[in-house]
Design a protein around this ligand. Structure first.
Ligand code: GN1
Ligand code: MG
Length: 338
């Protein structure tokens, strides 16, 4: 790593590097020099083909939030010693951000207050961005929220998949095929275009290390783009009403209707007079569709032979798919979405 550290530090040999293994796409490290800590990431450029878009989105959004006295921390990119926000080195692309002090990250929700506070945090984020023109941001991954394309990619993967994987995943393939009409229903709705974080999962909220009920930042702004803001509500439901971690295929006691409602109350807290009636009406359907799309994405990757998401064990993408489907089944039952 010395090659990259030397872009940021005069004495790279004094820098302490610790890998952080929670993300599924980029490689992340915590780096420290004395009392100063930072987050250094190698951007996966086979997925993020326009890293400069990530930089310009982050700078514009961060500035706007700061100007409007956002009560949480923002993502701050640290330039390298040449003054550049992205570093090209040995054919790789790296970017460093400020470490948010006194913070912890969780992968399972601990209480309804925590779910409510986290949803309020993103609600404030969106409220302040309500007067930010979406012309100022672009998608760093083309078609990221194009759900029609996600379904096409799934159908193609299904056609090309080896027989063994198709056979093993039969029940999951059938479940998804039986629910595709809900995606069609969702696609009929015309949503206003707003800023979307597009990865509002539980692991992207940092909480106060001394008070885990208190969110202090929403991080990972790499996928920010113009689109349907309810997708963020969906990702929160996907991970905050889910009582199992993302790759746990156990289906018993996996869903909390209480946390679902807490997320909804928190999400609407600063947004109830910003969102249109049509949007408010579509919250539950959007949550269902966001989870279904995530199931489709994990299953597509399983059928493609695990080429997109980081995996650390056999069948992890299938287990992730099963986890999403278990959640969908619980939501179907509790909220009568059919
Ligand atoms: C990926 O890399 P990470 O963990 O921030 C993915 C999200 C998925 C998420 C599922 C660029 O996010 O879209 O929802 O995994 N990011 C990309 O955990 O595909
Ligand atoms: Mg992400």
């Amino acid at each position: 790593m010395e090659h990259i550290l030397s872009y940021y530090f005069e004495r790279p040999e004094d820098v302490l590097v610790q890998p952080i293994t929670v993300g599924l796409i980029n490689d992340t490290f915590q780096v420290s020099l004395g009392i100063n800590r930072f987050i250094l990431q190698k951007i996966n450029t086979s997925i993020f083909k326009s890293p400069e878009v990530i930089i310009s989105n982050t700078l514009a959004i961060g500035q706007h939030l700061k100007n409007n006295n956002y009560s949480k921390e923002v993502v701050e990119i640290i330039p390298n010693r040449n003054g550049n926000f992205i570093t090209f080195s040995n054919g790789e692309i790296w970017r460093m951000t400020k470490y948010i002090p006194n913070s912890v990250c969780i992968n399972k929700v601990q209480s309804k207050e925590q779910a409510f506070e986290a949803a309020k945090c993103i609600s404030e984020f969106h409220r302040l961005l309500n007067d930010f023109s979406t012309d100022r941001i672009q998608s760093s991954i083309p078609g990221f929220l194009d759900y029609r394309k996600r379904v096409e990619d799934f159908k193609l993967a299904l056609k090309n998949a080896n027989e063994e994987r198709q056979h093993i995943a039969r029940a999951e393939i059938d479940y998804i095929n039986a629910h595709l009409s809900l995606i069609d229903e969702y696609l009929q709705i015309e949503f206003p275009t707003r800023v979307v974080h597009a990865d509002a999962k539980i692991g992207n909220f940092l909480f106060d290390a001394n008070d885990s009920m208190k969110p202090i930042a929403l991080i990972d702004w790499d996928t920010i783009l113009p689109g349907n803001v309810l997708c963020d509500f969906g990702d929160m439901i996907r991970t905050y009403s889910n009582l199992k971690v993302e790759d746990d295929p156990e289906g018993k006691n996996n869903f909390s209707l209480t946390y679902y409602q807490s997320v909804k109350d928190g999400f609407l807290y600063h947004l109830s007079d910003v969102l249109t009636e049509k949007e408010i009406e579509a919250t539950d359907l959007t949550a269902f569709v966001v989870i279904l799309i995530q199931a489709i994405r994990f299953l597509t990757d399983y059928l493609n032979g695990d080429i997109y998401y980081h995996t650390t064990r056999e069948n992890q993408n299938l287990d992730r798919t099963i986890n999403q489907i278990n959640l969908l089944k619980a939501i179907e039952e509790e909220l009568c979405i059919h």
